[in-house]
Every structure is written in structure tokens, then in C-alpha cells.
Design a protein around this ligand. Sequence first.
Ligand code: GLA
Length: 725
Amino acid sequence: MGVALAWHGATAETLHVATPATSMVLEATEGRPLKFVYYGDRLADADVAMLEASGAKPVDAYPVYGLTSHRETAMSVTHPDGNMTLDLAVAGVKESEDPDGARVLTVSMADKYYPFGVDINYRTYPDADVIETWAEAVNNGKGTVILREFASGFLPIRRDDVYLTSFYGTWANEGRVSERPLQHGMTVIKNKDGARNSHTAHAEVMFSLDGRPQEHSGRTIGAALCYSGNYRLRIDTGDSDVHEFYAGINEDNSAYRLARGERFVTPPLALTYSDEGKGGVSRNFHRWGRDHRLAHGKDLRKILLNSWEGVYFDINEEGMAQMMHDIADMGGELFVMDDGWFGVKYPRNNDSTSLGDWTVDTTKLPSGIAGLCATAKKNGIRFGIWIEPEMTNTLSELYEAHPEYVIKPSHRDAVQGRGGTQLVLDMANPKVQDLVFHVVDTLMTNYPEIDYIKWDSNAPIMNHGSQYLSADNQSHLVIDFHRGLAKTLDRIRAKYPDVTIQACASGGGRANWGVMPWFDEFWVSDNTDAVQRVYMQWGTSHFFPAIAMASHISASPNHQTHRIISLKYRTDVAMSGRLGMEIQPKDMTAEEKDQTRRAIADYKKIRPVVQQGDLYRLLSPYDGKGAASLMYVSPDKNEAVYYWWRLNNDINPQLPRVPMAGLDPDATYTVHELNRIDNEPLPFEGKSFTGRYLMANGLEMPETHKVDYHKLNDYSSRVLQLIKK
Ligand code: GLA
């Protein structure tokens, strides 16, 4: 459902931007600023008409700087004559429909004096409870207008007992959850990495309107800025009746000069509302994401082995063949050769050379990529490859030939990144965009069998300076980098719509809906430790569905934390996302391989529920109860998968019994344990329970596994399949 009441071109008009379960109401009066009136549950038209009578106080829907300068604003500009004010008024409203059924409502505002306009857009889909809003600034005058602030959107959130859920972290510890009441003052959540934007804070937040955030209840707003670059989310709690939420590109050092006739389009801010708590917001985002934003969101993902933690840079033909054989033998469907396969003058043997020299190293791989594709085919699996095309090293043929392609200020030595030599290419430069396009185009043209690309990005933009942009436009560097990246990825996707592409950025640096139209998934973290993954995947799942979260079984002791964790537990955690492996199978025992073979077969049974189902987070690892638990339920509620992981190894820990959620209360479900290692079945194996019972009581998980004495270990875990009878 889109807009219920249309604009008639005359005086005041109420605009009802509606999704199946939510409403946003705006008031557009010709000659006055656009007003925001309501966001929340879906309203009947009769209630829309009575909003103001009920006491709703319309506020500016997109506050601008200059005539109300005492407050935070969404946009500020400097006109060619130096005037720093905006005075915007509604000039028109129009609706359009995209080919996929999405409807866009555009409210055009024009400055009352200057030839400058701002369009505010709202996109809705007939089947998703998400509203995407963004702004477009247009310079219709002759001189250059400087954009100093240019938020995508603004949302006033009524003052009360409002909690903010946001995400923080760092490399190898991404997606941590923070929950706190909103108090006076300003909260700023931001990124300034330049190239990637989600290792540290995330550009997504939730607002719980009824006090402390709950998973299954409470009115909750979710907001995600869909952008690959620097962002800034502000929540200003001042003297007004509302918490003022602004989200957009981070304008720090990025003032944008808008030339005559130029239009500046901000990235979309996606909003949802649910009265089913944080869980409702997550499910709304997951559904919208899979159906409308994520590349191939409706297709199931292949089970893969990635070579990185198995062999690191030690790539050779025999090793790759052995890994392909082993993953095929365990039931996997895809092999991905990671870093280390390229470089002729400078072979890539470590991280200090060769980025940019995307030519296969035939001393390591005499039969080249064609040979690897043939070996994959022989094993009945597909082949994928790692690249990091936005980057170079000072030790590379690319850098030697084109030092002008890197981001670097004039008269300064560039600060170098990973390996002491890594530099970021200037994606603002069309020649660099071409170069990056051709990295993919050449691989795909020469080896059309390539099924999967792991696209990495392992350095921030540390040096401010474009060798391509004019002196006047140096402040465009970071924004134009991301425009260039977007253009290049658009070109790649136009030519190669089918290839699977993973967004990796030193782990979880590109977990943002902004890049998802081009990417099928992201690497959640370079940390593959299963226990820490429970926390990281928990946080990441607030806005991203399991299908997008690459989650791999790796070695024990873990390579990052050195923690020893059983294969059972490592697998049970990986099975809650897009399952893969990141291990040297040669080092696994025959018994471990058997166990993995069975687990992979089990995962294939539940893959549609995990990857397309609705997520219910049940017991948070942050609650300190000694365990964490979540489940996925198929949209028709015929099937579900329940996960339970212990998080400490205390004896007699008095673990809570975890009620399930999302099931059909009147249906009866038969329970079957997956990836089972116990000598004896669980007491409820093969037994049936009503959804009502399971949601009120759950099932009792034993503290440990019933296995032979020498196989006992800490960190027990369970995966249960529930099938409607
Ligand atoms: C980054 C990625 C890893 C791996 C290495 C290769 O760190 O996050 O998964 O691909 O690069 O150098």
C-alpha cells in the first residue's frame, strides 16, 4: 500500500504514507514547510483525519538552517552570495510507481527566494513494513551552492521512557549491542573510516518507546541508514517535546559544492515500526531486505569452504585440489580461494605486496584459474575467488605504473595501511572505476564458471587528498569515492547479475544495507571463535537476516582467540547463519569429517527456514544467564529451527528454561535434534508438543552432552528441528 490520500495541488493536504501495518502522516501546505504529524501503527483514514484533533503537534519534517538556527538541522547551505539560510516551502507533490510495485511519494520544496530546491521522498512496497526516505537537493541557479549539512531524513520521536539500541565494536569484535535510556544532550553515532563503515559503530539504531527494550513486545522504531561511506546519526534531546533523530552522510570535512543544475541525492534512511518489540523490527527489516534490497535475497546460499584460515597465503594447485575434494566429500557446494593467488613481478606471499596485480601466479597455480575451475567441476562443486579491487600496495606493478591512482594529499607522503604498504585507490577517478570494473570483467570473461567473488576492502581512507578532484572539490573525496564505488558496482551487476558477491572488509566492515543491492552477503567478522560469534551474530541479527551473515566452522584452538571449542558447538553456531567452513580439512580426523558431513546434510534440511524464515531471539547472551537461544520459523509456521548455546561452563548453573516464540499455538510440532552427538536421544526426541506449550514453557536443555567420557567438553549446544504434524 502506498499513499492513500493524494495531493490535489491546492492548499493543505494530508499525506498518508502507508505500509501494510504502519502509517506515516505528513502535512503539505503550499507555501509552507512540509510537516511531520505521525509515525506508528497503521491508521484508518478516519483516524488520519482526526490526528490534529487528538492533539498531534505537526513539526517540520525536514528542518533546515537559517531561520530556526537554535536547533539541530537536516540541511544547511551557503548560497553563491554568501547567504547561509534556507527558507523552504512546499511547491508540489507527486507519486510514481517503480516497476517492482514500489511507490514513491515526492514532496518538492523550493526556497522562497533562491533558485534552490529540496525533494523529500518516501518509498513504500506493497508487502514490506519499511519506509525509505531520502532528500535530493537541486541547485537551479547559476552559481555554486555549498552544502554544509545534508541529512537523508529526520524523525521526531515523542519524549517519554525511550531507550536507544545501537551497535559498537572493533575489528574482530563487531556488532556489540548497547542499550541505554535517551537522556538530555546529544547522542552521536558516526563513522569516519572513509572506505568501510561498520567495524565500529553501525548505521542502524532502534528506539524502544515503552522503556527497556524487549524482544517480543513494546512499540519500537528501527532506522537504518543505507550507505557505504561515512555516516552520522544524531539524536538531540533538548527542550522540545521530542527526541530529534537525524541520519545521513557524515558531513565532517565533506562540504559539497553543488554546481549549477546539479542534484545531490542522499542515501536512503529505512524506517520501520513494530509493536512486537525489537524482534518485530528485526523481522520487518529482514523481510524487506530479502525481498527488496539484498542481491538474490530469495535464493538459498551454497555451503562453502573458504581457504583463508586453512592455508592463509600458502596457495598452490595441489592444496586447492585437496580442499575442493574435501569440501565436496563433506557435502559442500562451493570452494572459495582466498588471498595469495596473484602477482607476477610481486608474488602475493604476504600482505605487503601485489594488490592491483590481478594476474594469476602460475608458479603457485600452473594450470591457472581455468585449472581450478576444472577441478571444482570434477568434484561437482562451484568455484569462487578473492579480490580486493579498491586497493593497491606501493610494491605492485599497478602502483609503479599509476601512482596517480591512489588517494594521497599533495606535498605529503601517504600514510600506508595493512602490510605497511597498502593504499586506497581513488574511486572518484573514472579511470580507477574502469580499472576496478575490469578486474571483475576480466575474471568473469576469462572464467565464466566463477560462481562467487569475495570482495574485500582492508584499509581506511587515512590520507585526505584526491589526485583527480580539482582543488575546489577536495572536500568531495569521501563522498565521490562512494559514488564511484556505486557506479562501478552498478556496472558489474548490470553485466554479471548472477554471480554471488560477498562484502568483506577486514571482517564486518561492510555490514550495511547501503551495499546490499550489489552483495549477497557479508563476512560478519574476521573472528571465527564460536562463542564470540554468538555475541556478534546476535547484535548483527538486529538488522540483518541470517542469509546475509556468513558464518564459518573454523579450527580449534581458534586462530583469533586460541579458545578450544568442540566441533559440535562450532558447527551449531555456524549453522545459525549462512553456513560455511574456514578450516584445513586435511587436519580434521575421519570422525570429525563424518560429523561435519552429517551436519551439512542436516543444514540442507533447515536451510530454507534459516535463510528465509522469521527470526525470534529468545535468550540474549548479554543477559548473563549462562546460555543464548534463538529460533527461525518458516513464514507459514510449518517448520522451525531452535538453537541453544551454553556460554559458560559452571557446574549446576541453574540455566533458565527458554520459552519458544513465533509458532502456531494451535499446531502440534514434532521435535528432532540435528547435528546430534549424544549416545542417547534427548527425552523429547520424536515427541510432539503444541505450539502453545512450547511458547509457554519451552523444552529443558540438558547442561552437557551424553557422550563417552573422553569426549566430554565445555560449551554444550543444541539444534532442534520442529516440524508441524
Ligand atoms: C581480510 C579478510 C579475511 C581474508 C584476508 C586476506 O582480513 O577479512 O577474511 O580474506 O583479508 O588477506
